[in-house]
Design a protein around this ligand. Structure first.
Ligand code: 2AM
Length: 181
């Protein structure tokens, strides 16, 4: 029998103190409206591949492993996305050196070259989703949350598989490459 497809995405991993700060922001949002993302699920998506045959993991692994240098980043602001009918509460990332944008472009181009990814036409806007709108809930217009301007280095590039379950998606790391800061 054919192996089941995997729902795959490549993401940037964050240091523990940054995860804690982001989890606190998610937890500070109105719990009647938002469900906070658990600290171990927080990440920055670089490329969402969607449903792929499991064999694709062999082609993706060397692309994930090819990255070495950690982009230096800063937490930006709390932003509701999409702007008019928000479904997620996010924290944007500031990329002062452009290293993250360059890394994302390299990874996306290599994945496309390997035939496992169709690059998005919309520009890459780095963010971390910290809470998701509860079902059948009217999204607020603003988040009204404060954020400390934390500065940090990303820690790793990770290929995740996402399993949809009753309690939301669960992310399983399949390939991880640590980044040097
Ligand atoms: P989000 O954080 O902005 O919601 C795993 O689902 C990750 O892939 C999430 O971080 C999610 O981004 C992103 N993702 C899920 N579905 C997507 C899609 N159809 N297009 C782009 N990114 C997607």
């Amino acid at each position: 029998a054919e192996a089941r497809p995997l729902r795959l995405f490549v993401a940037l991993d964050l240091p523990g103190d940054v995860r804690d700060a982001l989890a606190a922001t998610g937890a500070a949002a109105d719990p009647a409206v938002w469900r906070a993302v658990s600290p171990d699920s927080l990440h920055v998506t670089l490329a969402f591949l969607g449903s792929r045959p499991p064999e694709d993991v062999d082609a993706i692994a060397p692309i994930v492993a090819a990255e070495h240098h950690a982009p230096r980043l800063t937490l930006g602001e709390v932003l509701l996305l999409p702007p008019r009918h928000a479904r997620v509460l996010t924290v944007t990332l500031t990329d002062p050196t452009g290293a993250l944008a360059a890394l994302q472009e390299r990874v996306a181009a290599a994945l496309a070259e390997a035939g496992v990814y169709t690059p998005e036409s919309r520009p890459f806007r780095p963010h971390v989703t910290v809470a998701r709108l509860r079902p059948r809930t009217r999204p607020p217009r603003t988040a009204d949350l404060q954020l400390d301007p934390l500065e940090f280095s990303a820690t790793a590039v990770i290929l995740y598989s996402s399993r949809l379950g009753p309690g939301g998606a669960r992310y399983e790391p399949l390939v991880a490459a640590a980044l040097r800061s």
